[in-house]
Ligand binder design. Structure first.
Ligand code: TNX
Length: 507
């Protein structure tokens, strides 16, 4: 039997064999209503068919059951010639069982005219390795309408990601409407990279995204990036932001990527980073943080608020450390867990609960691992493996190359979370997140082309057992399995890039 196209690889070996479950024209589906609905969606997308919830449909039954008590987010699938049973330890587990079932659906080569559909006989027992499995979308460099974000939520949740980190603010624009600070979206949201139009999410749209994500078992982690990446704040509240620091690195980025130099009070639409900063010695800046994080906490049911802290390059280290201490304590006092990029590890008195997000390389550069080790809990986003905005091919206009050049699918796959930072093993790793910065991505087609298939490698790092501990957790196995997902991705309308080295299957 050919390898089943399951990504991320399940925790336990898959027992397969025997007669498959043959789908009748309208298979009878029973049990947990949200799971039945989720299965209906994937069935319709993949086969064009619909399920029947009536008793009298012919053939065997597909049943979804909640059976509390197992590991969080875990599920089991049993398929034989007569029935399909998916049990979840919780609603999320059941949802993931549905996603796995969607990957198992395949055309029946033996049926008349090849028109039928089957689910191969299997027994799968599955649970995630890490509790935090994230993707990040940068809505600041380019703005993406609600429908595009929803489409990315659909895509990511089908790969068992459970966090969407939304990067909502940067030098190029502020993307979330706030009642406490209305000028942010009135004056600092209209533009984006390359002179493209900007945009912002209203409070209601943000809440709509939160609930759309929750229905797919994803939590939104909103990021307000401070103290750097704040040029746009200065368009609305000039008194809060220092003059741009035109360092040699900033000027080099301007001459490499084009566009104007950053200038006070003028919207910035280039690609340079590290030139802007809030005025950290001004008390009114902390009133601003209290307003912004306070309102954001009220809009966000999730546990985490991301406070940025990256690339504050024009800032004296002691001031940066004191600023991050205060920002983290404002968020902690709101009852949320602060998350910060690993540079914030330089702040000795950061709130203890703060989670670090490591974005150094798979083999850490000088200093990065030490900063990351200051956090009790880490999210791993090694840039030369899981930054989905790195080029997948030197010839494509999409993507950047600063993280060790082109990131092939093999490089995206071939790293092991517990081996990135010496001394940091699974108990200190909250999870894995794959960021997609959007300097070069303007719409869903660009997002798909950059993210797929490499996002599947990140999903496996986040969900599946440690590399090498099951026969499925090897590059050779992954390559075959991911190639088998092409028909499902095509059916779901995902414009993936058929990278070389993989046999992309067709129905
Ligand atoms: C680094 S990674 C950044 C972003 C850029 C990205 C482009 C990080 C915390 N900051 O500001 O968009 O590189 O790849």
């Amino acid at each position: 039997m050919t390898l089943l196209p399951l990504v991320p690889a399940p925790a336990s070996p898959v027992a397969a064999g025997g007669a498959p479950f043959v789908l009748p024209p309208a298979p009878a589906v029973r049990g947990d209503a949200p799971a039945v609905a989720a299965f209906g969606r994937v069935l319709a997308a993949r086969t064009g068919g619909t399920a029947s919830t009536g008793e009298n449909a012919g053939g065997g039954v597909i049943e979804f059951r909640l059976e509390r008590g197992g590991a969080p987010e875990s599920y089991r699938i049993r398929v034989d010639g007569g029935s399909v049973t998916v049990t979840g330890a919780d609603a999320a587990g059941l949802f993931y069982g549905v996603q796995t079932l969607g990957q198992l659906l395949r055309r029946d080569g033996t049926a008349e005219g090849g028109k039928g559909w089957v689910i191969p006989a299997v027994e799968i027992i599955d649970a995630p390795r890490f509790p935090y499995r994230g993707v990040m979308l940068d809505a600041a460099r380019h703005f993406f309408p609600v429908e595009t974000v929803k489409a990315y939520i659909d895509r990511a949740s089908s790969l068992k990601f459970n966090v969407l980190h939304l990067h909502l603010t940067d030098d190029q624009g502020w993307r979330l409407q706030l009642r406490s600070r209305p000028l942010l979206t009135e004056r600092a949201a209209a533009t984006a990279v390359g002179g493209d139009p900007g945009g912002f999410y209203t409070r209601d749209e943000y809440r709509e995204l939160v609930s759309y994500a929750a229905e797919r078992h994803m939590e939104i982690v909103p990021e307000i990036d401070v103290p750097g990446h704040t040029h746009a704040v200065g368009l609305a509240y000039p008194e809060l932001v220092a003059d741009p620091v035109l360092s040699p690195e900033v000027l080099a980025a301007v001459s490499m990527f084009g566009g104007d130099e950053p200038a006070r009070g003028v919207p910035y639409d280039g690609l340079a980073v590290g030139f802007s900063s809030l005025r950290m010695n001004d008390e009114t800046v902390y009133d601003f943080l209290a307003d912004v994080f306070g309102e954001l906490a009220g809009l966000t049911p999730g546990r985490y608020l991301h406070i940025g802290g990256d690339e504050a390059l024009g800032t004296p280290p002691e001031e940066f450390a004191e600023f991050m201490r205060r920002a983290s304590s404002i968020v902690a006092d709101l009852g949320k867990v602060p998350v910060a990029w690993h540079e914030a590890g330089a702040a000795r008195l950061l709130d203890d609960a703060t989670v670090g997000q490591y974005w150094g390389y798979v083999t850490p550069q000088e200093g990065a691992a030490d900063l990351a080790r200051r956090f009790d809990q880490l999210i791993l986003s090694p840039a030369d493996a899981v930054y989905l905005d790195m080029k997948f091919d030197a010839g494509s206009p999409l993507g950047l190359t600063w993280a060790n050049g082109v990131t092939t699918l093999e490089r995206a796959y071939t790293w092991e979370p517990a081996e990135v930072i010496a001394g940091i093993d699974d108990d200190a790793i909250l999870g894995v997140e794959a960021p997609l910065w959007t300097e070069t991505a303007r719409d869903l087609g660009d997002i798909d082309a950059l993210a797929f298939p490499r996002i599947a490698a990140a999903a496996e790092a986040a969900w599946s057992p440690r590399s090498g501990t099951t026969p499925l957790r090897t590059w050779e196995s992954f390559r075959d399995r991911v190639g088998g997902l092409a028909p499902l991705w095509t059916a779901l309308g995902i414009g993936f890039t058929p990278l070389p080295g993989v046999e992309w299957q067709h129905d």
